[in-house]
Design a protein. Structure first.
Length: 366
């Protein structure tokens, strides 16, 4: 029996005989001798580039797809990136795949996932594909930060701000994102005893930043907490070696000492101390009252001393004036006239002047 097989435009015919692919039929009429009716025709459309078939392995082994499709046989550590008509379409996992190329422009790229990180110029489009969440671990490093990534516990690289993707299943991935901007530790409510046995409470601020991202994640679990503890110890050491008066007189010196004490520990943690400052020094209630009394007594003593100095200066000036008047009778008379002039504003005076001065004459008040 002769069979006529008709294939339409934009169609392909998969012709099987007893389970084996005999031919891939292109559009047109085809004639086959089939006396035992063992031929089986399956129509597919290459407008859909994905050739999905339960017997795809047999179809590929036949070699009949060589001019019609791209065949990808991906191993466990391989993935394929597929572009169709210039647009990214899909990520293909391990296994056998076939794509028709007769009706669509198809481009593929095979990637070895053993490198783990996927670096590609079309990374944004790739990570937006439907298969990306199942196959890729994505990361966006914010400006002012870096990311340190490890594979199977081994350090790989420090990543600058940007977008990154890593293949899942290629190893144990661990990523630490580190903020490289300046940060502030608020060290508040620290009760410390000074060298003269006074208990006070201090609030301090320490500004710091990470300078070595790798060291900050490998030397300690949490650089900020480690620096906080170091600041507490440094503050206690610095305050415990000083008297209360010295602390109150120069808080800037205490802040500088705190900064210097913390720098070695910060360097061990991959960080740097930018600055330090003492925000508050809080004394107990009874100590405040005592300090107020001391301050009041000091101010009173200073005021008394100033008064005595002024009185002494005034008396010294009066003594000098008396000596001058004693040595000059004319000046004495002028001084007497000044006194009379002042009194004349409030009373009527009759003054009799003579050679011997006012002391020997009669002054009559009307």
């Amino acid at each position: 029996m002769i069979r006529r097989l008709k294939i339409k435009t934009h169609e392909r015919g998969l012709l099987f005989r007893e389970g084996d692919l005999v031919a891939v039929l292109r559009p047109g009429a085809h004639w086959y001798l089939d006396p035992l009716l063992k031929l089986r025709l399956q129509i597919v459309t290459p407008r859909d580039p994905w050739l999905v078939h339960k017997d795809l392995d047999l179809i590929v082994k036949s070699g009949k797809l060589r001019d019609e499709a791209i065949v990808l046989d991906l191993r466990d550590h391989e993935r394929a990136l597929v572009w169709i008509d210039g647009r990214f379409a899909r990520i293909l996992g391990a296994g056998l795949h076939a794509l028709w190329t007769s009706e669509r422009v198809v481009r593929t790229e095979v990637i070895d996932t053993r490198s783990m990180q996927l670096a590609h110029s079309d990374l944004t489009a790739i990570t937006r594909s439907p298969e990306a969440p199942a196959m890729l671990e994505t990361l966006n490093v914010a400006p002012g930060s870096v990311a340190v990534w490890f594979r199977d516990g081994a350090y790989q690289a420090t990543l600058a701000p940007g977008a990154y993707a890593f293949w899942k299943g290629a190893g144990k991935l661990k990523i630490f994102e580190i903020d490289m901007k300046e940060q502030v530790l608020d060290i508040s409510g620290q009760e410390i005893i000074t060298a003269d046995k006074v208990t006070l409470r201090l609030n301090a601020l320490v500004a710091w930043r990470v300078v070595d991202a790798l060291r900050s994640v490998t030397e300690v679990d949490g650089a900020a907490q480690a620096l906080y503890r170091a600041a507490q110890l440094a503050l206690r050491e610095a305050v415990g070696a000083k008297d209360l008066d010295a602390l109150l007189v120069s808080k800037d010196a205490l802040a500088s000492e705190l900064s210097e004490r913390m720098r070695p520990r910060a360097a061990e943690l991959g960080a740097a101390i930018v600055s330090a400052g003492i925000r508050d020094v809080i004394l107990p209630g009874d100590m405040k009252e005592l300090m107020n009394k001391v301050t009041e007594a000091k101010k009173a003593a200073e005021a008394s001393l100033i008064t005595r100095r002024e009185e002494t200066a005034a008396m010294r000036m009066q003594a000098n004036t008396a000596k001058i008047l004693e040595s000059s009778p004319t000046l004495m008379k002028l001084k007497e006239l000044e006194v009379l002039e002042k009194v004349a504003h409030k009373a009527n005076l009759t003054v009799v002047l003579g050679d011997e001065g006012l002391s020997s004459k009669v002054v009559k008040m009307l």
